[in-house]
Design a protein around this ligand. Structure first.
Ligand SMILES: Cc1cc2nc3c(=O)[nH]c(=O)nc-3n(C[C@H](O)[C@H](O)[C@H](O)COP(=O)(O)OP(=O)(O)OC[C@H]3O[C@@H](n4cnc5c(N)ncnc54)[C@H](O)[C@@H]3O)c2cc1C
Length: 395
């Protein structure tokens, strides 16, 4: 395993919530020893206007499917140690600059002047797979297929996080929000509580972002100062920040997944789904890594690393990652063409709540009038209703 970072994990970047079914599949009961942060059992969906927010806040008695907040560096370091234990040789601090291809068969990588030969190559170089792109094995990443993510990591004591989020015993909170925080453009924010840090960030659609020329840094700053968010991170020490591409393609943009002597997994293969209320890339990276590893092992045992043999990889993913991606193939297009999601609807939700809770000594306003008044603010009601039905179908 060749890694350009000084250690495995040194260069990874994520929002911070891992659905652990894939870790269990990889490690069996050993997954419990992984350096995870808090188990999420409080879900908050937030609709934000410029200064206000309406939250849907759920505390489950039993978490809905096991997921934990994570910090990717310690997790990836720990996973790399498990690899070494079973005999994987890790070459850190080495950037792969090209592939060794003989008679059409990929049989190694180049790191500068050096050549490392192998029976086959599994590419897991992340969102922008330049090595495979340069070799002509995957197409160049299109702007429409990626979003840009920015993240802050704030340090706060475990007790203070529990106090602010009314949690205890390493129970975690996940908050996903949308609205004015992305300047009314397609995107959203996330906040995850770790043991003694908070991950806060946003993901924005790169195509519409570029068109409008907003500054990501200023938008991220506005996010941390938003009154509905600032109260969670106030006084906390900013210990890390960064930005990274997030894959947002669909099953239709997934590249060729295998060839003579090669397989491609994780973000490099475009295995990431952002549905607004969940971002999933890490579990798919693990799941596709398992499938690629098993396919490679079977091919090596058979002494055949041809594309025909390695096509078993795609079959292995057909019922899982690829099926999920096919299910939501229209979600990205729908969200990017429905700006009301990020402007009108959050505003309506906040206004509705304000009207319902306003008691000012004037005549009592029945709920039906409040709802009717809110309804009047919905633009083009029929097309809005039809569009929402389309959205529900695509998500
Ligand atoms: C802001 C943001 C929020 C996200 N939130 C979530 C979330 O909450 N939950 C979730 O599941 N997913 C989330 N994701 C997606 C998730 O982070 C990715 O899907 C996941 O990290 C992909 O893992 P990977 O191993 O395929 O790629 P990466 O994690 O990018 O790893 C690629 C590795 O390859 C190495 N590498 C690259 N090129 C070379 C080279 N030429 N030579 C040697 N080494 C190389 C890199 O150094 C790196 O270690 C988020 C992503 C972002 C950006």
């Amino acid at each position: 395993m060749v890694e350009r970072g000084s250690t495995c994990g040194a260069k990874t970047f994520t929002g911070g919530r891992l659905y652990t079914y894939s870790l269990r599949e990889l490690l069996g009961e050993q997954w419990r020893q992984a350096p995870l942060q808090r188990e999420v059992d409080r879900e908050i969906i937030s609709l934000l206007t410029e200064r206000e927010a309406m939250n849907i806040d759920t505390t489950f008695a039993e978490p809905a499917g096991r997921s934990f907040t994570v910090l990717s560096t310690p997790l990836v370091e720990w996973l790399a140690q498990r690899c070494e234990e079973v005999g994987v040789e890790i070459v850190p601090g080495a950037s792969v600059t090209g592939l060794v291809i003989r008679d059409g068969l990929v049989c190694g990588v180049r790191t500068g002047d050096e050549e490392l030969t192998s029976a086959l190559v599994i590419d897991a170089e992340g969102t922008n797979p330049l090595v495979f792109e340069r070799a002509g094995l995957v197409r160049r990443l299109a702007r429409e297929d990626v979003a840009v993510g920015a993240k802050y990591l704030f340090k706060l004591s475990e007790e203070e996080i529990d106090r602010r989020f009314t949690t205890s015993d390493r129970h975690g909170t996940a908050m996903l929000g949308m609205g004015a925080i992305t300047r009314g453009l397609f995107g959203g924010m996330f906040l995850y509580t770790n043991i003694d840090t908070i991950s806060l960030g946003l993901v924005v659609d790169s195509a519409s972002w570029r068109k409008h020329g907003h500054s990501l840094v200023e938008t991220a700053e506005d996010l941390r100062q938003h009154p509905a968010i600032a109260r969670y991170v106030e006084g906390a020490e900013l210990v890390e920040y960064g930005a990274h591409l997030v894959y947002e393609g669909s099953v239709d943009t997934v590249p060729q997944l295998f060839g003579d002597g090669w397989l491609i997994a994780g973000d490099a293969a475009g295995f990431c789904i952002n549905r607004g209320f969940t971002i999933r890339g890490m579990d798919y990276a693990i799941a596709s890594g398992i499938a690629a590893g098993e396919t490679a092992a079977a091919a090596l045992a058979a002494g055949d690393v041809s594309a025909i043999r390695l096509s078993a990889y795609k079959d292995a993913l057909a019922g899982s990652v690829l099926a999920d991606m096919a299910e939501v193939r229209n979600a990205h297009g729908w969200m990017s063409h429905t700006p009301d999601l990020f402007t009108t609807y959050p505003g309506l939700a906040v206004d509705l709540m304000r009207d319902m809770f306003t008691v000012d000594g004037g005549p009592l306003v029945p709920v039906r009038s409040t709802l009717a008044a809110a309804g009047k603010k919905v633009p083009k009601k029929l097309s809005t209703a039809l569009n929402l039905v389309k959205g529900v179908r695509s998500l």
